[in-house]
Design a protein around this ligand. Structure first.
Ligand SMILES: *Cc1c(COP(=O)(O)O)cnc(C)c1O
Length: 390
């Protein structure tokens, strides 16, 4: 059969995996207008509610007035703007690293950083549940990809003994994006030391949320100094857009010279850099502590209520709460039914998660109101019973 675009799409549709986007009007907040309906947002990574914070918007508008709307080119071509430099200094202070380098997105960071560190003849040890952008980065690097079972440090140790040629890189999500559990960073740091490897953590979901002042998962587990590359994003808890690598000055120089997504792409514009700067300040301030407290309280309430209602969810403590259903069709029916009832919770299916583990992925926000969450759990229960999954 000739593979046309049409039958390519047909194949995806037949497997129940056809994706499309939903129109949301207005701001990304705790409640949004979706398809004209006022719904509770339960699938945004805007964990602290900073995406519509007035301080970020004000900083952004001021930056446009002062610096205009574009950076003009790659920083290696038309220059680093003051705002890039200021944000990198702020991130290095926040993360307690020697330096930091800004990337255009988390995806661009991972696909730029990994090939800058390893290549043909080297090995990357990657958790099975790592984010797709990490896999993309490894594939681009042409290094050997060795996947280890999720969070299984004993299996990783054995694999590292078996594959010791060339340079070695261990890479893991800090907080797993679809499961909400935290990587065993202390053990990963020990393996990095014993095997002379580099350690990279993608903290897209830990930055701003975990650890003292929201410094992230490495800070929470006391290994901030041992992680060679702490990558994190501005687009989730920080309510802006883009990403950073908190690294040594030497590694930063290497990334500037080797990371193709840094070299060959126009750098972030003033409005985005200024919003990120404002967010980095807020998460470290008292306001950040208050927002984190509210987020963690909402998370505890939601997790406990789901369990009390008879749902079984994987153990965990973070704001990402997976309700694993299994079959893709039931998962998507569940998600659709919830939306009709005023709850926006995305169904997650392969290839984002392994075959047979389709799920609803609920995410909590500091700005959720308790009564909305209580009503949501009741609704999830009613719909779950109707579909026979609880
Ligand atoms: C969202 C995400 C990314 C990509 O970040 P963007 O800034 O959205 O491109 C990378 N890694 C993880 C773990 C993520 O969840």
């Amino acid at each position: 059969m000739i593979r046309t675009v049409q039958n390519e799409l047909e194949m995806i549709r037949n497997r129940g995996l056809l994706r499309s986007t939903r129109l949301v009007s207005g701001r990304q907040a705790a409640r949004v207008i979706c398809n004209g309906l006022d719904v509770l947002m339960l699938c945004s990574n805007n964990y602290l509610g900073l995406a519509d914070h007035p301080a970020l918007a004000a900083a952004s508008m001021k930056a446009i007035e002062q610096y205009g709307t574009s950076s003009g080119a790659s920083r290696l071509v038309s220059g680093t703007m003051e705002l890039h430099e200021r944000l990198e200094q702020a991130v290095a202070t926040f993360k307690k690293s020697e330096t930091a380098l800004i990337f255009n997105s988390g995806h661009a960071a991972n696909t730029g950083i990994i090939p800058a560190l390893v290549g043909r003849g080297d090995v990357v040890f990657s958790d099975r549940l790592n984010h797709a952008s990490i896999i993309d980065g490894i594939l681009l690097s042409r290094a050997r990809l060795v996947r280890y079972p999720h969070n299984d440090v004993h299996a990783l140790a054995r694999l590292m003994d078996e594959h010791s040629a060339g340079r070695c890189l261990i890479v893991s999500d800090g907080v797993f994006s679809m499961d909400g559990d935290i990587a065993p960073l202390k053990e990963l740091a020990a393996l990095k030391r014993s095997h002379g490897a580099l350690l990279m953590i993608d903290d897209a979901h830990g930055c701003g949320v975990l650890g003292e002042q929201g410094r992230g998962s490495a800070e929470l587990l006391g290994v901030g100094d041992e992680v060679d590359i702490q990558m994190g994003t501005f687009g989730k808890a920080l309510g802006s857009f883009g990403a950073y690598a908190a690294v040594s000055a030497e590694l930063r120089d290497l990334l500037i010279n080797r990371a193709r997504s840094f070299i060959f792409s126009t750098s972030l514009p003033p409005s985005v850099l200024a919003a990120s700067q404002a967010a980095v300040e807020i998460v470290q301030a008292e306001e950040g502590d208050q927002l984190r407290e509210r987020l963690h309280a909402n998370t505890r309430f939601f997790r406990d209520s789901l369990v009390a209602a008879g749902f079984s969810i994987p153990d965990g403590t973070t704001q990402i709460v997976p309700l694993i259903i299994g079959p893709t069709d039931t998962t998507m029916q569940f998600s659709e039914a919830l939306l009709a009832e005023g709850l926006f919770a995305q169904g997650i299916r392969p290839p984002t998660v392994p075959e047979g583990t389709s799920r609803l992925r609920f995410t909590l926000m500091a700005t959720h109101i308790r009564s909305d969450l209580a009503a949501a759990v009741e609704c999830i229960c009613t719909v779950g019973r109707r579909l026979g999954v609880v």
